[in-house]
Ligand binder design. Sequence first.
Ligand code: BJ8
Length: 422
Amino acid sequence: MSKNYTQLWENLGINLEKHDGLLTVLSDAYKNIYLSQKNRPEGMKYFDFVISEVHGLRIEELYEAKKNKRKVIGTFCVYVPEELIIAVDGVFVGLCAGAEIGFEEAEKYVPRNTCALIKAFMGFKLAGLCPYVEMTDLIVGETTCDGKKKAYEIFNDITRKMYIMEIPNMKNESDRILWLNEVEKFKTKLEDLTGKKITLDNLKKAVDIVNKKRKALQRLSQLRAIDPVPISGLDALLVNQISFYDDPIRFTQKVNELCDELEERVKRGKGVFPKGTTRILIAGSPFAIPNWKLHSIIENSGAVVVGEESCVGSRNYRELTDENFSTIEEGIEKIASRYLTIDCACFTPNQERLDNIVELKKTLKADGVIHYSLQFCTPYLMEAFKIEKLIDFPYMRIETDYSMEDFGQIKTRVEAFIETLK
Ligand code: BJ8
């Protein structure tokens, strides 16, 4: 970290002793997993810096934003329309956590057999380790899976900051109407919270900011289709993870700079791994920071990850919002319909997810697909079986959590799978 943030953390009620321990573990993991990689693009230095300051400089920036009367809005799901938060000059932050921390505390509130993502966001808060939660003025939950729905009730008892958006489970006309109403209600909630009105002008600007961010992530994804691949899956994953924390305009600029460099690499035929390295597409549950386990296993087993069919991946940037609107109402409708294209496994039926996996495998020229589900995540675990019956390419299912206990076992299975693809 560039400076000492102890006072800032103390003001936020962070448990300093435990937090020091967390930062040490994180920084060691980062060195081992990230900084040990060969041939990394220079442009990754910015993202290394962001990670090193994820509980430091970024928190200070949020603090400054709040001093300037901006509101900080925390979210857990790519269904929450970022455009509306930006339109009221709010700051959007993702609150999902990817480490097995505070689970003991979390298990006093939710059953043991709850997915790691839920236990982690509760655990980080309960153990006094999440400066982001402390910074928020509002935390937006959604009615996606049952685990999240019920956990948000409990999280509201703890934080008193929750606002819930109802996400339909289907995509019929009545569901579209319900969802549009929810987006309109969210707009009103944000206007009440911030005291700022959404205008046609600020809505158009916000859509432009978020579309540019998604376009930059699409550009990065397209570069991963090239062989030799100019960036590792680990690094691309990190960029996608940081998209939920960083200032969106600065982030977009840095991703585009990285892509400029990657294009140069492509021209020179330079890759991070040799041409012809086995290419893997991962599909499934999201990867919150610092969940780098599966990517690390795959890329240390002789293959490269070329894409993530995930909310920390293609589900977050695949669709843009149509910018062609001339009233606020029309803009809200375009935003609502863009979000309803997201093919989360919580929907039924969900044929588009299967179609998108098939398409992504083709465009990224992946040799095989590894389906990744968090343990106890019923929607993705169920779809993993369904997909297996319907596809005709190499595929394997992995069910895991945030612990390292199954590292060796997963590595053995992944190595065997990669062997079959060679
Ligand atoms: S749109 S994937 S971000 S809900 S892993 S908590 S589903 S039991 S995270 Fe998600 Fe939105 Fe869907 Fe994406 Fe439940 Fe599964 Fe846990 Fe999950």
